[in-house]
Write a protein that binds this ligand. Structure first.
Ligand code: NAD
Length: 285
């Protein structure tokens, strides 16, 4: 019998002990006949900050890691320690997957492709004339790249930090064309005539309960997507469903970013449906 191929990867971030990435990757690795190890490199546990990145990356490389996932608060900070970026990671300005290959460190962003794949599957047929995106942070930048790549005509950005929204709109217009993204302060004005909306703020997580917009703006014609996935059914999604809106949870983005990272790390095509089913099992527990 042939020995199983070994793949060692990890996740660098702060406060990542409850991450589902190790379970998702190792379950799929096992099913693919690989000896797949996924380690958590938790800055909080190590008592370190993002300043430890160069040291942590070098040591992973030395130990023969195939690559690393990168999460909060390192997705931007990691860039200066890489040799190369994929065109999408460069455009978004954030990296969630680093691949060690041929002595080089290559940064990728599978958050955007994860959202795009999830959206294509669940919302492929919805209107995209005007879409409102709440939250212009890290997740917002990836979702915006996905929505404009998926031919949203006008993307309206709303962020409590108006400078962040304006600056992301600016970057997106340079990349996708003038007028494709605009920033507005007022949620009601932003949603005027909108086909759908995405929440990419942390509002809806246990730590930040509530809604990112007044509930009465959730008209039944609007489709509503959330990227928050702890919990999967946020107050926003529950409220939107009750008001008759079509909805999509953050589950797909979480799974498909892992599908993309697994493909990069292993060079093997993961079974996305198996990974979705496993994630559902993990979150039902
Ligand atoms: P971030 O801090 O980089 O950005 C959040 C942005 O939301 C900030 O610019 C903030 O000003 C803005 N904001 C906060 N409250 C707001 C409100 N009420 N209205 C408008 N804007 C508001 O955070 P992030 O890294 O972008 O993460 C955001 C969320 O996305 C988190 O809950 C995270 O768990 C989730 N996320 C999910 C996935 C997934 O795979 N499903 C991937 C990445 C991030």
């Amino acid at each position: 019998m042939q020995a199983k191929r070994s793949i060692l990867v990890g996740l660098i971030g702060a406060g990542i002990q409850s991450s589902l990435s190790p379970a998702m990757h190792m379950h799929e690795g096992e099913a693919q006949g690989l000896r797949y190890t996924y380690r958590l490199i938790d800055l909080d546990v190590l008592g370190r900050t993002a300043a430890a990145l160069p040291e942590l990356i070098a040591s992973a490389e030395r130990e023969g890691f195939a690559g690393l996932n990168i999460t909060f608060p390192c997705k931007q900070a990691v860039i200066e320690w890489l040799d190369e970026l994929s065109p999408d990671a460069r455009a978004i300005g954030a990296v969630n997957t680093v691949l060690f290959t041929g002595g080089r460190r290559i940064g990728h962003n599978t958050d955007w492709s994860g959202f795009a794949e999830s959206f294509r599957r669940r919302m492929g047929d919805v209107g995209r004339g005007r879409v409102v995106l709440f939250g212009a942070g890290g997740a917002g930048a990836a979702v915006a790249h996905a929505l404009l790549t998926l031919e949203t005509a006008t993307l309206v950005l709303v962020d409590t930090d108006r400078f962040r929204a304006a600056s992301l709109a600016d970057t997106l217009c340079r990349r996708f064309g003038a007028g494709r993204a605009i920033a507005l302060d007022d949620a009601a004005a932003a949603l005027q005539g909108a086909d759908g909306m995405v929440n990419a703020t942390p509002v809806g997580m246990a730590k930040f309960p509530g809604l990112p917009l007044p509930a009465n703006l959730l008209l039944p014609e609007l489709w509503v997507a959330d990227v928050v996935y702890f919990p999967l059914e946020t107050t926003l999604l529950a409220e939107a469903t009750a008001r008759g809106c079509r909805t999509m949870s953050g589950e797909g983005m979480a799974v498909f970013q892992a599908v993309g990272a697994f493909r990069l790390f292993s060079g093997v095509e993961p079974d996305a449906d198996r990974m979705l089913a496993h994630f559902a099992e993990l979150t039902r527990r």
